[in-house]
Design a protein around this ligand. Structure first.
Ligand code: KE4
Length: 427
């Protein structure tokens, strides 16, 4: 199967857009072949430019938990847009949205809206530095918090070390203040605090990692991070851009009983439009301009159409049956994919939390980047292509999470598992 229309579009795109894409992972470089250009989405489906229908497990990398073109979300967008698309002035919807988030997440006393997860994480850490008067931050190898310079950092050798830039264009000096540790290695973080504690403004963590594939926290890891931060006067920043409102109405912090000092959000909260936020303790948030000395701003922050989409999405997610249904579907997918791989004699292992999951090839019990990096990415690529040819659209990288939503019915899951049983035989 080759989507000639996508190929033609991609040839044109590459003349004008680097790699033909507006975000690198979309280029399919990690799995080979060329990207499918999407013409439309509806419920659990997307349609390629040539009209081929796919079951969508990318879901715009998380936002589309309600499925594509959900009637309530589309209606809210259309009605809001008819009143104007941006004012650069405060609106009632921003108040309603802020109140809805604070009502859902007890740790958030105040929040600031912005337009992307990158902005939310970058701003939250600037705020943490301004609040504590300290310069260093700790992140974890394999965790991604957007593309702010100081967050594009990977560990050198060893579990905890001074960061080195993970991208051209990031000055070594910028990376110097980013310390990296191994995910699920509380001892390594404790050692960093022993050595640098009085300089560390914050620890930022994906409470369930999606950006090295789905990697859950070991019992006690997240709570241990919170305790280390409290002991050393650093802020505990939980990046819920991916997990927020995906793992439950109270996200990962509800699932694991956390009370972060700051939380970043994005993806689901915007219902597919550019809307993100960061929030937490009132005393910390009060340091933000115009109240305090930490500057942060945005032309389209709190955009009226985006907040309309976000409010409509959050309203749908408040239905009591939503997360139980997502868990049930996740369990069906996990069990079915595990069985299909085993029957095909393929060394593949599913890691899942709620409605985010990854099929790891060649490795199991992945707990950190060292483990994830050993995965058989070529086997993953073969499986990805075999699934795509069978109308299943999965994230085009071994080191990403797949997402399902409320529109993935049992019938859609059964079709997915039938495709997987055949696809594993082609790995
Ligand atoms: P954005 O700037 O892409 O809205 O959010 C950055 C971000 C922050 N924190 C977490 C935990 C994230 O997963 C992300 C973005 N996720 C990637 C997918 N792994 C977005 C997809 C892309 O880069 O195209």
């Amino acid at each position: 199967m080759s989507d000639e229309r996508s190929k033609a579009l991609h040839a044109r795109a590459q003349l004008r857009i680097p790699g033909g894409v507006n975000s690198p992972v979309r280029a399919f470089r990690a799995v080979g072949g060329e990207p499918v250009y999407i013409a439309k989405g509806e419920g659990p489906y997307v349609w390629g430019a040539d009209g081929t229908r796919y079951v969508d497990y990318v879901g715009s990398w998380g936002p589309m938990i309600l499925g594509h073109a959900h009637p309530a979300v589309v209606k809210a967008i259309v009605e809001a847009a008819a009143l104007g698309t941006s004012y650069g002035a405060p609106t009632e919807r921003e108040v309603l949205f802020a109140e809805a988030i604070c009502e859902a997440l007890p740790s958030i006393e105040m929040l600031r809206l912005c337009s992307s997860g990158t902005e939310a994480c970058m701003s939250a850490l600037r705020l943490a530095r301004g609040f504590t008067g300290r310069d260093k931050v700790i992140k974890f190898e394999g965790c991604y918090h957007g593309h702010a310079d100081f967050l594009l950092v990977k560990a050198g050798s060893g579990a905890a070390t001074l960061g080195v830039p993970d991208s051209a264009g990031v000055p070594a000096d910028t990376a110097r203040n980013t310390l990296t540790a191994r995910y699920n290695d509380l001892e390594g973080v404790a050692r960093l605090f022993e050595a640098e504690g009085e300089h560390i403004a914050a620890v930022i963590v994906e409470p369930v990692v999606g950006n090295m594939g789905c990697v859950p926290p070991r019992p006690g890891f997240l709570e241990g991070l919170a305790a280390l931060c409290a002991k050393h006067g650093a802020l505990f920043v939980v990046d819920e851009v991916m997990t927020g409102f995906r793992l439950g109405i109270t996200g990962a912090q509800g699932l694991y009983g956390l009370r972060p000092d700051l939380t970043t959000m994005g993806k689901v909260v915007g219902g597919g439009l550019p809307l993100a936020a960061f929030g937490g303790r009132r005393d910390v948030m009060s340091k933000l301009a115009p109240l305090g000395p930490v500057y942060q701003a945005g032309t389209l922050s709190g955009n009226p159409v985006a907040t309309a989409a976000g409010l409509a999405t959050l309203a749908e997610l408040r239905r009591p049956e939503v997360y139980a249904a997502l868990e049930r579907t996740g369990a069906m997918l996990e069990a079915g994919l595990t069985e299909a791989a085993a029957k095909a004699g393929v060394d593949a292992h599913v890691q899942r939390v709620g409605a985010m999951w990854t099929v790891f090839f060649g490795v199991r019990a992945v707990a950190d980047w060292e483990g994830a990096s050993k995965a058989d990415t070529k086997a993953f690529a073969r499986w990805h292509g075999a699934m795509l040819r069978r109308g299943m659209y999965l994230p085009p990288s071994q080191w990403e999470a797949a997402f399902h939503g409320v529109a993935h019915t049992d019938e859609v899951v059964e079709a997915t598992l039938a495709a997987a049983r055949e696809a594993f035989r082609e790995v």
